[in-house]
Design a protein around this ligand. Structure first.
Ligand SMILES: [Zn+2]
Length: 100
């Protein structure tokens, strides 16, 4: 990456970065929603207090945490976004991720 690209990517690069950001955001949201779905399913079936229920909840949480940690990163610099669900601008490389 050239230093000038880091400051101001071209429009096509910016659109590609934004598309990758939106796909990563969707993957993180789907993973979180899947965990909530599994959690509700285990609780509603009355298996939350069983070994199988606890293992399912913990195992699913670990998978979802792994997915979120791997995808919730800047598409340009690769740094993690942290716990924020929407990131208008990467706090590390200042890439504008959402339209103004
Ligand atoms: Zn970045």
């Amino acid at each position: 990456m050239q230093p000038s690209d880091r400051v101001q990517p071209s429009l096509s690069q910016l659109e590609a970065f934004r598309k990758r950001y939106m796909r990563r955001q969707l993957a993180a949201l789907v993973a979180g929603a899947a965990w909530v779905f599994v959690l509700l399913g285990v609780v509603m079936t009355g298996r939350a207090a069983t070994m199988l229920g606890e293992t399912t909840i913990l195992g699913t949480w670990l998978v979802v945490a792994g997915v979120v940690l791997s995808v919730w990163r800047c598409p340009r610099c690769g740094e993690r976004f942290g716990s924020r669900l929407r990131v208008a601008r990467c706090p590390h490389c200042y890439l504008a991720l959402e339209h103004d």
